[in-house]
Design a protein. Structure first.
Length: 346
């Protein structure tokens, strides 16, 4: 019979989640950490998943533990997988190692890898599930979103003045926000698997859409650049250079774009298109999070941060639920999630 979790279980699962956080954020696989104890309760192995195609966290931890894992306990931030992908099932590795008990945080939501708990129980291994599940979910929220919906979690990022202007009346927009805010944007880009922009923005601004570190150095492992729209992209546009891969979708079908990215394993997409594309995503209900960089400045005229949302009355306003507000240099970063009318009272 499975044993309920105790204080030590919580402590070791928390350590597994800490290890998981060392994994690559934008990788196609989830971030997972594992801790193995011997039969006396001493930690004998730790590990985390370092990216697609590399050994899973459990394998790293079991290799460190060796024979001392026999009769011990394994703590994992995600339910051990029960399928053959680029690597073998972690359930079989745990069974072969002779562990007596497995404690994990988050149930695996994917059809392919799920069923690990059942397989372990069928082999006589005690299983305790759901320890610090919310913490583990927060760590892999975008990956879980892709698994459950088939499309990436979409974060819309924009910069604007206090009066909501994304550009001046003459079209200039560099730079509305300061250097610290721009550095923060590059860190956000680096955490995503794709950056999405419209053909209008590509043609008018000629952005490179890459993640750069301090001093302007290009970061390794660039996100996929995604351009959406039917307008031809001028030859020589920076988005077509060799700084990062680029995929062009000559369509306005946003659901098709996102599901194609989801099938490619991308679970977090950063929407950086102009006001027209942003409005299209919002009208379609395809924005999961908004990150707004607000400069304490006024323009009084110029293009707004978002185009028409077909909202004609205050009763139909699209409200956002703020989840974080931070001062970034001299600018304000607001993170919020869209609040839809059908969620009222929930």
């Amino acid at each position: 019979m499975d044993r309920p979790a105790d204080h030590d279980d919580v402590r070791h699962v928390r350590r597994a989640i800490e290890l998981a956080a060392r994994g690559p954020v934008a990788d196609t696989n989830p971030r997972v950490g594992a801790v193995v104890l011997d039969r006396h309760g001493t930690v004998v192995g730790e590990g985390f998943h370092e990216g697609a195609g590399t050994p899973h966290a459990e394998i790293h931890a079991l290799r460190s533990a060796g024979e001392t894992a026999r009769g011990g306990t394994a703590y994992v931030s995600l339910e051990p997988c029960n399928h053959v992908g680029r690597t073998g099932p972690c359930t079989e590795a745990l069974i072969a190692a002779g562990v007596d008990r497995v404690v994990f945080a988050l149930e695996d939501p994917s059809r392919a890898a799920a069923g690990g708990a059942g397989r372990l129980r069928s082999a006589g291994v005690q299983v305790t599930a759901g320890v610090l599940a919310d913490d583990a979910l927060a760590l892999n929220r975008t990956w879980v979103h892709r698994v459950r919906t088939g499309r990436p979690f979409v974060t819309w990022k924009f910069a604007a003045t206090l009066d909501g202007r994304a550009a001046a009346a003459d079209g200039t927009s560099r730079w509305i926000t300061g250097e610290d805010a721009r550095a923060d944007v590059h860190a956000l880009r680096a955490s995503c698997g794709a950056i999405i922009a419209g053909t209008g923005t590509v043609c008018s601004d000629d952005p490179q859409l890459t993640a750069r570190g301090p001093g302007g150095d290009r970061q390794p492992g660039q996100p996929l650049r995604v351009v959406v729209g039917v307008r031809p992209i001028p030859p020589g546009s920076r988005v077509l250079d060799d700084a990062a891969p680029t995929q062009v979708f000559a369509t306005h079908d946003l659901d098709h774009v996102l599901r194609t990215l989801g099938r490619a394993g991308i679970h977090h997409a950063l929407l950086e298109g102009g006001p027209t594309l942003a409005a299209a995503f919002l009208r379609a209900g395809l924005v999961d999070e908004v990150v707004a960089y607000i400069a304490p400045a006024l323009l009084g005229a110029g293009s707004s941060a978002v185009g028409s949302l077909s909202i004609n009355t205050i009763g139909a306003i699209l409200r956002l639920h703020p989840t974080d507000v931070a001062l970034i240099g001299g600018d304000i970063r607001i993170t919020a999630t869209p609040h839809h009318p059908d969620q009222e009272g929930s």
